[in-house]
Design a protein around this ligand. Structure first.
Ligand code: SF4
Length: 620
């Protein structure tokens, strides 16, 4: 097979067995790889209603179709499972080069099933895989665990690992690879911990076959040229993802003090420039990426001096900074380092801490509930202590490790109103009351409250070549515009292909469907046109939705926290605004050809996408 290695590993942890399986080419063409192929396995193999942390859930790692090839940013892999945070389909995606090394080891993916009796790690090298005892590594965090595994196997092994948070089943635990890169969202690290898998170490020199190397090189060269000329690329290179903080704040969309306002008064202290001045050491990037938006950083002053690592990314600054009311960039960087080492998603963690701070502000939680700790907005020391407590499930950290949805259900007293999650997944740092179309994207994203499923928030919106309506049809971001519902649908589909292909979504700001379908054609030898590109994304997206429908999800779940729907923003350019989803949801379902009452994909749509085999499970 071209592009893919054509093989997955099935690891039955209960029995301790490992089996190689082929990937049929017809299935590869329909679902490509990464998020697409992994979702196909999950849908077929995980029955509705299983416990996400039980033996019947599966944990699937899958590299993308282009991963490991010299196409720009083609270094990504996806982890797909049923989430313990949301109880629905979930995907988490990561860069670095672990996904590349997985493929070079001879396999596109790994399917974990069952639960191991004792902790194990999986080692794969050039087509051979074995499960090894990890009892001595269990209890270690990511940096130490990675070091110990490399000592055992050799420095050239690339390791994806969980830290203490995954072992302790923190519902938003991450899987970390390349030490600092995270498959962060939805608690995939907790599923790995529940299966008693500490890490996966990969190494190999297997070659990826390219159907038309000359054409591939030509298209790839053009893509690199386009990226090198792009303004967004230049901005990301200069300031990393924190580039957007000022832009979002100026639009009145930076959630501050747990979304009580969206204008951050101390943005200048935590923006891209401040990051460069205070903690930046150098920039870094993922495999084959000309942009290098990553930041290598070190704390140069204050109580955490000498601590270092990667980040902080925009979302880390937005959640631990603005949402928690903390202007101390060094403390924010420290929170990011802690999360990376414990293996925790910074978005859910920062957001859960901000929610907890508001519970204290409102008297719903008291000092006695936190072992005497003072917890309030702006308290950096408390924030860092809470990260540690969450990872270890100590004291109040045990409740916080459940995420904002379950916390609010337990605490009551109206806290559900400001538990800022959708379908259980904590929202990222963009206030959708300041950009209405973003509200629709948050409400409908298959994995829950998420910014990169459609990527239509704030300043990035107009930068995408995947826009499907005329610029003249895009109106005021503060008004609900039904035509823009089509943009959300098309962006969701297009970016699904990015995850299946194993490419970074930042490339979607510059390169269009024609360029991507050209490179897929050159790689695989398929005549993969723009129409097939779009249909493939739509097929995968509908399959994910079908998984969620089978789990009982309905239109009523495509909603936002009450604060966004009912509490007008108090200040800034979006003052007085709330989200009005009713205006946008009907057109969205129409564009998708989903039933407007139930939110289910129609039989007609599934048939059109070649998903006839699942109609009886979805459209009853
Ligand atoms: S743009 Fe950033 S996240 Fe994307 S591949 Fe490049 S370095 Fe990685």
């Amino acid at each position: 097979m071209f592009g893919l290695m054509g093989k997955t590993l099935r690891v039955n942890l209960t029995e301790g067995t490992i089996r190689e399986e082929g990937i049929p080419e017809e299935m590869a063409r329909k679902f490509l790889g990464g998020r697409g192929l992994a979702t196909k396995y999950l849908f077929d193999e995980v029955k509705p209603g299983v416990d996400p942390l039980g033996a019947k859930n599966k944990l699937i790692f899958m590299s993308g179709l282009l991963t490991g090839t010299p196409s720009p940013s083609a270094g990504r892999y996806s982890v797909v499972t049923k989430s313990p945070l949301t109880n629905i389909w979930s995907q988490s995606n990561s860069g670095g080069r672990w996904g590349v090394d997985l493929k070079y080891s001879g396999f596109d993916g790994i399917i974990f099933e069952g639960i191991a009796k004792d902790p194990v790690y999986l080692a794969i090298q050039d087509g051979k895989a074995d499960l090894r005892d990890a009892s001595h590594i269990w209890g270690k965090n990511v940096l130490e665990a990675t070091g110990m595994i490399r000592e055992e196997l050799g420095e050239k092994f690339n390791v994806a690992s969980i830290g203490k948070a995954g072992e302790n089943l923190v519902r938003y635990a991450a899987v970390m690879n390349d030490l600092h890169r995270a498959a962060g969202r939805c608690g995939v690290g907790a599923v790995m911990g529940s299966k008693k898998v500490k890490a996966i170490a990969v190494r190999g020199r297997q070659k990826i076959k390219i159907a038309d190397p000359e054409a591939f090189q030509k298209v790839s060269k053009k893509q690199f040229e386009l990226l090198n000329e792009s303004i967004l690329g230049a901005g990301l290179t200069a300031y990393g993802t924190n580039l957007v903080l000022d832009m979002v704040n100026v639009c009145g969309g930076l959630p501050t003090r747990n979304w009580q306002t969206a204008v951050c008064p101390f943005a200048e202290e935590i923006n891209g420039e401040a990051l460069s001045e205070k903690v930046l050491v150098k920039q870094t990037g993922c495999f084959a990426c000309p942009i290098e938006c990553g930041r290598v950083s070190e704390i140069r002053r204050g109580p955490y001096v000498g601590k270092n690592g990667e980040g902080p990314e925009y979302e880390t600054v937005g959640t631990f900074g603005a949402m928690c009311g903390i202007s101390d960039l060094e403390a924010i960087a420290m929170a990011g380092y802690l999360c990376n080492d414990y293996g925790i998603d910074t978005i859910s963690c920062g957001s859960t801490i901000a929610f907890t701070m508001e519970c204290f502000e409102k008297g719903i939680l008291k000092k006695e509930d936190a072992g005497g700790m003072e917890i309030g907005f702006g308290n950096a020391e408390a924030m860092l202590e809470l990260v540690r407590k969450i990872a270890k499930r100590q004291g109040i950290g045990d409740l916080m490790a459940e995420g904002t949805r379950l916390m609010a259900q337990k605490l009551g007293h109206g806290s559900e109103r400001f538990a800022m999650n959708v379908k259980g997944l904590e929202l990222p740092a963009y206030d959708s009351r300041g950009a209405k179309i973003t509200g629709l994207a948050f409400a409908t994203a298959n994995r829950g409250g998420d910014h990169i499923t459609a990527y239509v928030q704030g300043p990035t919106f107009l930068a995408s070549p995947f826009l499907v309506v005329e610029e003249s049809e895009i109106g005021d971001p503060l008004q609900e515009n039904p035509a823009e519902a089509k943009v959300v649908k098309e962006m969701e589909d297009a970016l699904t292909v990015f995850d299946a292909a194993g490419c970074c979504k930042f490339m979607g700001m510059t390169l269009d469907a024609e360029e991507w379908s050209g490179i897929i054609s050159a790689l695989t030898g398929w005549k993969f046109g723009v129409e097939e590109f779009r249909k493939t994304g739509e097929r995968i997206y509908n399959l994910e939705r079908a998984f969620n429908v089978r789990e009982g999800l309905t239109r009523a779940d495509d909603t936002l926290p009450k604060r966004l729907l009912e509490d007008p923003l108090p200040e800034g350019p979006a003052a007085g605004h709330v989200n009005n989803l009713a205006v946008l949801l009907d057109p969205y379902y129409e564009f998708r050809n989903w039933d407007k009452t139930t939110g289910k994909p129609t039989a007609e749509k599934l048939r059109e996408l070649g998903l006839d085999d699942i109609i009886s499970q979805v459209c009853m």
